[in-house]
Write a protein that binds this ligand. Sequence first.
Ligand SMILES: Cc1ncc(COP(=O)(O)O)c(C=O)c1O
Length: 444
Amino acid sequence: MKALSKVAKAVQASTTIEIDMKFKRMKAEGIDVIGFGMGEPDFNTPENVKQAGIRAIENNLTRYTPAAGTMDVRNAISYRLKEDWDLEYAADEIVVTGGAKHMVYVVLKTLVNPGDEVILPAPYWVTYYEAIKMVGGVPVILETTAETDLKITPELLKEAICPETKCIILNNPSNPSGMMYTKDELEALAKVCVEEDLYIIADEIYDKLVFDGQVFTPVASLGEEVKERTILINGVSKTYAMTGWRIGYACGPKEIMKVISNYLSHCMSGTSSISQAAAIEALTGPQDSVEAMRKEFEARRDYMYARIENIPGVSAIKSPATFYMFMNIDGFIGKKLYGVPVRDADDFAALLLDKGLVAVVPGTGFGAPNYVRWSFAVSMETIEKGMDRLEEFLDAAQAEEIGRFNLDLGLAQSEMAALEAFINAHRAAYEAELAAEQAAKGEN
Ligand SMILES: Cc1ncc(COP(=O)(O)O)c(C=O)c1O
């Protein structure tokens, strides 16, 4: 049989889904594991929204809708953006599809020609990296450090730009790190994008899950010059606990939205009519459930952060937003835990699952191999149990230094032993040679 598409074969499965599958397998086998892997609210969709979905079925709203989404749902999105952020988008500047994830792909497909570079700050949501490759683009990763709270700077951005650079993906607040750019920081980045003529793909799906009274700034609110090159992506999944309904949207200049809509007309034909009706209620109905969920996430974040800060060897950023906590495990890289070398977060997460019975997502797939991601979209009781287990797991780990050099080579223990034997043998031969030389010199 002929080979499958090279592009399709190069796509990696989502690491967030992979860890969740392993966790579910263990659970099905009756093992008492607890999962902190998946990125979805543990709350139910608010009652008024569910009822709107039921009514849509009863009223036979069960047919194809326009490719860009119904006029009513686009008006509802327009209303919410104006209410929340004073952003003006007309219905023809809005396109709806089956989730923000699908929209990320379609927007990239619309902007990127094969070979175009797309700037992607790390740590990044794993889907961006794969989606850029899926459209033939070249991901250009911008590494960040804990010193800048895992944020990029205008200088870093400028350095990465070349004639092939088409756009940047700015995910703010961020999955996986939970960080959020301030208005000033965003302004400085947006200025570079305007000067260098880059499109900004602004994924702002966590815009409502912000803590400590901090203020979120949508990129598109930074002035007309910025707005006209920004494609805002959002959805109802996280804010309204509607992950299964599959509604995401993009807002931007109408010429771009028209191209997206044309594309969708051939690969979607409008997302579920029932979900669109439910989304209208979510966006235009009472918003108190949003605040209730946000408050609960904040309390969980506070608890998880306080616990992690008290566990030797690990640390975390006190996520100003989202429902993720990014835990730094740098102190364990280059060590053996339970006799097993820890080269990166993959090794750490695998051990934590096997020995600690806790599933977290390794940062490796997010471009941050020294971090693991905890989701606090789980009950407080589960978080308490998870933190207890983390503590016990590390207490019993008997960390043993083996050095990063060994790990960086990526060698298995047996290969390392062979390499060490080889080096030792050569060292011994060299020392013997040296001794013989010295002896000969002495004789002269
Ligand atoms: C940054 C980011 N964007 C988009 C999505 C996907 O949202 P949706 O359910 O609307 O596809 C997620 C989900 O994890 C996410 O973390």
